[in-house]
Design a binder for this molecule. Sequence first.
Ligand code: PHE
Length: 454
Amino acid sequence: MRTGREQFGGRGAAILAMAGSAIGLGNIWRFPYMVGQTGGAAFIVIYLVSCLLLSMPIFLAEAIIGHRTHASTFGAMEKLAPGTKWKWLGLLTVLSPLVILSYYSVVGGWSIGYLWQSVTVGFHNGEIGTVSSAYGKFIASPWRPLLCHTLFLGACAGIVSAGVKSGIERFNKITMPLLFLLIVLIMTYSISLPGSRAGVDYLVKPDFSKITPSAVAAAMGQSFFSLSLGVGTILTYASYIKKQENILVTGMGTIGFDLLFAMIAGFAIMPAVFAAGIEPGAGPGLIFETLPYIFAKMGAGVPVISAIVAVLFFLTIVFAAVTSAISMYEVGVAYLVEQRGLSRRRATLLVFAGTWTLGALCSLSFGPLSEVKLFGLTIFSFCDMLTSNFLMTFGGLLFVLFVGWKMDKAAVRDEFTHGGTARFNCAVFDAFWFLLRYVAPVAIVIIFITNFVG
Ligand code: PHE
């Protein structure tokens, strides 16, 4: 086992890194379109409840394992349950974030492509038909998205190979405050557009008749994705948090920032969508098809402003995606360095080679490989479905079962209550223990079944 393992500088750095992992395409791309498809404000209410009652205990379960062992996912299982089958959980959570990273990098690459376009030619010929066919053509044309995927993954590799402190921590420290600033600017612009009021109402006036079991499962699944749960990223980042830090504070800080960002992103996108008279339930293409059209339409009056907003918007997406992608990347690198004895540089290259290849197949599945189907899905959709619907929930279930039923309760209490010194943590431990042992596993099984049946 290596000595001299790297650590985050302090509480602020740890929260920014965790928030960097959590805040990503899930907040800017997935959250608004899911709100749009699943009933506006009512979805947000269930989302908030599921973050507190379900995601919080899972987040803390992962963080407790990482913080207790100061090891990568596989190493952590070997330390806490040596010689048992739990090592497969360690291995699963090395592989699942790398599958997510592969297709995530493709979407991250699209945002680089759109950023490039907004800087160079802009979105001037903005009939909705033209914009969405441009989107369709772009993702299907084999070379440009492949190049963008390579650039995106290459940037992540550069940051991760620089190390936990000089790479990951430093990048998050610079980009996270900038991200908040950018999204607040975009929100202000969006709310100021004529006709945006209906979009604001959509987000604040719940219609509870829209709540169906599948909407509840979707909200829970979204809170999983958005908080990066069940795939070892939280575990790995928590393993870099100093012993003297209180993980409940780190956890609440991260969840708070993630929620705040998702809400601001909702208010940045929906009012603009309504102002342009577009259907909020446009689905996954919402930001790539609809927003360029909105920029074009709004740009008819003041082109400079619309061009600036477009650049800022795609810059925000690229930054948010990179801060999340590096957390997935780090899980694989930590495993290869700590368990396989590779140098960080080699480990980074190896992860690059594997995820680039799978990512390239995902990217090509919008064009030349569109006929290749796995269980009736394209390679991209298969990887997305496999990870978001199954591997994340399955990993999350195993983590809560491990901490709630396998790990020594005294050790869990010790981590949670900060060695018995944090009074607030001591007061809420029993509630946490109950959520962890009973509520979270049952809720996860329900999401799992709903996803399976649906
Ligand atoms: N939480 C990230 C987002 O919202 C996605 C992610 C999933 C990151 C799993 C790490 C691990 O975009």
